[in-house]
Design a protein around this ligand. Structure first.
Ligand SMILES: Cc1ncc(C[n+]2csc(CCOP(=O)(O)OP(=O)(O)O)c2C)c(N)n1
Ligand code: SF4
Ligand SMILES: [Mg+2]
Length: 284
């Protein structure tokens, strides 16, 4: 059961049956189980159905611009590196418009947890193809079927320096809760790509589609420290689709390389001696 502390009284306006409900529940459960105080977690999102999630979690929230959740989150993390920072948003938001930020956040290994609600569609704008839509799927933009290959976000993450790479399923809340807990506890950039059925606009990647295909990597004894094996698992998509931790490594974080914030967060530094009036005068 969700810890009431993290439940906002407003009711989510997602379509009944939307996979976003499973992600919301898992996130609330994970932060409750980790005993994180409400003021110690910032939830940043972009724009999309999925990106409305900060409205319904009772922690600090920031609903940013389409594709711009990661730079906002990075700024917040550098200002207060003691804060738990979680970013949530859609596949269009993160892998399309925000793709550039996605690449650079990973190579920096900044200590942020990134939850991508991957419904393989632009849902909020009523069902256009996203970078994750499968080749051949028909939609408004491609009435004869998508002619491009989908982005390989998990393989890109393994290649580009993310130190925790996983896939979850919105239809398996206990498993996803556990993954989110591990991702938040991990020191470094943690990506969880979450298979999230959009019951209104994606009639291909449904709950049944995933239930027939998914299997748990950890139950199969997958070695997530082995990068070659991780690539294989990151690219596996077809009759079998893996969920669980694909790749994990320990590496110094971006923040740990800044001596200025090693002792205390930037937000607690004394700046009373700084006179910004001259700069302000120049700008005005
Ligand atoms: C800069 C900018 N470009 C485009 C849009 C229009 N737009 C809003 S949401 C969205 C796509 C949402 O898809 P996704 O990120 O996958 O989220 P979902 O709705 O599927 O959860 C787009 C293109 C916008 N709001 N701002
Ligand atoms: S349109 Fe799709 S993603 Fe958006 S709320 Fe409805 S089911 Fe969920
Ligand atoms: Mg989407």
């Amino acid at each position: 059961m969700t810890n009431i502390k993290f439940l906002n009284l407003a009711t989510p306006n997602w379509c009944p049956g939307c996979g976003d409900f499973g992600i919301l529940l898992s996130l609330q459960q994970a932060i409750a189980e980790l005993n994180i105080e409400q003021h110690n977690l910032l939830l940043v999102s972009g724009i999309g159905c999925s990106s409305k999630i900060p409205y319904w979690v009772k922690v600090y929230g920031f609903n940013s611009l389409h594709g711009r959740a990661l730079p906002v989150a990075i700024g917040a993390k550098l200002a207060n590196n003691k804060l738990n920072v979680v970013v949530a948003g859609g596949d269009g938001d993160g892998y399309g418009e925000g793709g550039n930020h996605f690449l650079h956040a990973m190579r920096r290994n900044i200590d942020i947890t990134y939850l991508v609600h991957n419904n393989q569609i632009y849902a909020l704008t009523t069902g256009q193809a996203s970078p994750s839509t499968e080749e051949g799927d028909k939609n408004k933009v491609y009435p004869h079927g998508v002619i491009e290959r989908p982005i390989q976000a998990l393989a890109i993450a393994v290649a580009n320096g993310a130190t925790f790479v996983a896939r979850g399923f919105a239809g398996n809340v206990p498993h996803l809760t556990d993954l989110i807990k591990q991702a938040i506890q991990h020191k470094g950039f943690a990506l969880i790509d979450i298979a999230q059925p959009c019951v209104t606009f994606n009639h291909h990647n449904t709950y049944d589609f995933f239930r027939q295909r998914i299997y748990d990597l950890q139950k199969e004894g997958h070695d997530f420290k082995n990068k070659t094996k991780a690539f294989e698992k990151a690219l596996e998509w077809g009759e079998k689709i893996p969920i669980g931790i694909i790749y994990k490594e320990e590496r110094k974080t971006f923040e740990e390389k800044y001596p200025q914030i090693a002792k205390k967060p930037l937000s607690q530094h004394d700046i009373s001696f700084v006179d910004i009036q001259k700069a302000m005068d120049k700008m005005c």
